[in-house]
Design a binder for this molecule. Structure first.
Ligand code: FEO
Ligand code: CA
Ligand code: CA
Length: 556
């Protein structure tokens, strides 16, 4: 780049501005853990106007928060949030309402209208807070005696929401009458796609009903959303559903077509799906990285058979129907195919009676955990979110924790594929940062990269242990900013603190990086007396219940 004298002065001016800001913060800082000003210099985005510098969130120098136990969503100084939608808010003219336990968020801008957008939000589970939705006391012992009405409320509150957003006075707000406003829930109809659809393994079904336990997800390159069914077993049991094989899949929804039938993609396997991180390999294949969030479960990747073709638009969805699923063997550092024809260990696997364990590829995909173990997949410490680094394509994985062998604090691991090629069979890995007192966080969960390659992570310390014993020093769950290059690489700086009993989930930047959408999930989850919840976030008015919801964070 050729820099003229006047340009040079302009750049100098900006550098000085950033430096002054850092110095001011340094003076105010009580902590030596201030993100270094060098973080600023890792920016690779297009030339910035003065407005860009003041409005964008990433790479920001902020005074890190200390562990906090207040019942509030607290952000680093200089940032504010707008409440976008909370449980019970009306989302369309038909009167549909925003579901419970907001998790993954995915933002879709309308191409021709910068003031109009759609947001997909997952609604994961009810658990301890079911009383506030159905009136049923989760903590009561004895048989499951939910009434049919309670079961319907339960299933309606889970799944996901498409909500319409419009920009008003510089902030995003919910449009309660949006024609795109839509609920996908525990009763919605789905098309089953991929090798399991119509197979004997699932009694010939090509249509199935309901989605729930929707944890995290991913955005496709063709502007649809993938949402992941995680801990479905409990919902199947609570709601007396017949066939658990209909759940534990990754679903796809087109938020721009309210009449479209959502899809369950069976080629991606059936397990406790946390999220789906998509990338395109150098040869053009679509690669999807996935984790099975349970103790001693595995990390997976799927490679499409055909190539991604931008010209095909939404027809690229077919890429998720045909391809090879692999499981990670971290001892040999290889991806092992979970394909009955390619892997003799699957062909030779026997059940207790000595019969073949997997007769068809549909069997492999439905019983993916068994197949992964038979193929030599490495049991890991709760693989939750995986994300692909936007600059070097390494893959970051949150291993939340695994108390069954003393890993209480978890770690973030960085996987480097051979030749930086997502199709590679071989990989290397290293612990990028471990949870604990030194790093200042515990139990990493969802991850999001900004365009400069800084990692934004939310923590998921088990609610019943929050504020107790080993987790006490961390305070409430929070959000952390972790540079991946420069002198602060691998250092965690706390950016946000969650209300009591809550977990922050679903961080998602708008493409202009001026807004960070974030969910506040299960505030008050440690409540035992439902009349006296431990949190009344966000309204805090006497008598209101705690309401999980979504906020949009921006610079104040
Ligand atoms: Fe729903 Fe793995 O967190
Ligand atoms: Ca999660
Ligand atoms: Ca989690």
């Amino acid at each position: 780049m050729k820099v003229s004298r006047s340009d040079f002065l302009k750049y100098m001016g900006k550098g000085m501005l950033a430096l002054t800001a850092v110095r001011t913060l340094d003076l105010l800082s009580e902590s030596t853990k201030e993100p270094s000003k060098k973080v600023q210099s890792t920016h690779t985005s297009s030339p910035k106007t003065k407005k860009d510098i003041s409005s964008k969130i990433p790479g920001s120098n902020f005074k890190p928060l200390k562990p906090n136990t207040q019942d509030d969503l607290i952000l680093a100084a200089g940032f504010t949030y707008d409440l976008i939608a909370v449980y019970g808010d009306k989302i369309n003219s038909r009167g549909d309402t925003f579901g419970y336990a907001a998790d993954f968020n995915c933002f879709f801008q309308f191409p021709n209208d910068p003031n109009s957008a759609l947001l997909w939000t997952n609604h994961e589970y009810l658990n301890e807070l079911e009383y506030y939705v159905t009136g049923y006391d989760y903590n009561q012992k004895g048989p499951n005696n939910r009434t049919p009405e309670q079961i319907e409320k339960y299933l309606y509150s889970l799944g996901g929401s498409v909500i319409g957003l419009r920009k008003s006075k510089g902030a995003w707000v919910l449009d309660p009458e949006s024609k795109y406003g839509r609920r996908i829930n525990g009763r919605s109809e789905f098309q089953l796609k991929g090798p399991v659809a119509g197979s004997e393994t699932i009694s010939g079904k090509t249509k199935v009903y309901g989605t729930f336990a929707n944890c995290s997800g991913g955005q496709t390159l063709w502007n649809t959303v993938l949402s992941c069914e995680e801990n479905y077993e409990m919902v199947v049991e609570d709601c007396k559903l017949e066939d658990s094989k209909e759940y534990g899949w990754i679903i796809e929804i087109d938020p721009f077509d309210p009449s479209s039938t959502p899809v369950k993609h069976t080629a991606l396997g059936r397990f406790s799906h946390e999220n789906a991180a998509l990338t395109v390999s150098p040869s053009g294949k679509l690669v999807v990285y996935m984790g099975d969030d349970s103790k001693d479960q595995c990390v997976y990747k799927f490679i499409s058979e055909k190539n991604y073709d931008p010209k095909k638009g939404k027809l690229n969805s077919e890429l998720l129907e045909q391809g090879t699923l692999y499981v990670g063997n971290f001892e040999k550092c290889v991806w092992v195919p979970l394909d009955l024809e390619k892997n003799p260990n699957l062909k030779n696997a026997k059940d207790k009676e000595g019969n073949p364990k997997f007769k068809t590829q549909a069997d492999v995909l439905v019983s993916c955990r068994d197949a992964a173990k038979a193929a030599g997949g490495t049991p890991m410490d709760r693989p939750e979110d995986l994300e692909v680094h936007p600059l070097d394509k390494s893959v970051f994985v949150s291993f939340t924790n695994n108390d069954s062998h003393g890993n209480f604090y978890g770690q973030i691991v960085r996987i480097k594929e051979e030749n930086s090629d997502a199709e590679s069979v071989r990989f290397e890995f290293e612990v990028f940062v471990a949870g604990g007192g030194k790093s200042g966080f515990s139990s990493p969960d969802n991850l999001a990269f900004d365009s400069s390659g800084n990692l934004w992570m939310v923590s998921d310390m088990t609610t019943r242990l929050l504020g107790k014993s080993i987790f006490k020093k961390f305070g409430n769950n929070g959000m952390f900013f972790i540079p991946t290059s420069g002198e602060d690489a691998g250092k965690a700086f706390q950016f946000a603190s969650a209300p009591i009993g809550a977990e922050l989930t679903g961080p998602w930047f708008t493409p202009d990086e001026e807004f960070l959408f974030l969910s506040v999930q299960h505030p008050g989850e440690d409540t035992r007396d439902y009349d006296v919840p431990t949190s009344r976030w966000p309204r805090k008015t006497k008598g209101d219940i705690p309401r999980p919801g979504v906020v949009a964070i921006r610079r104040a």
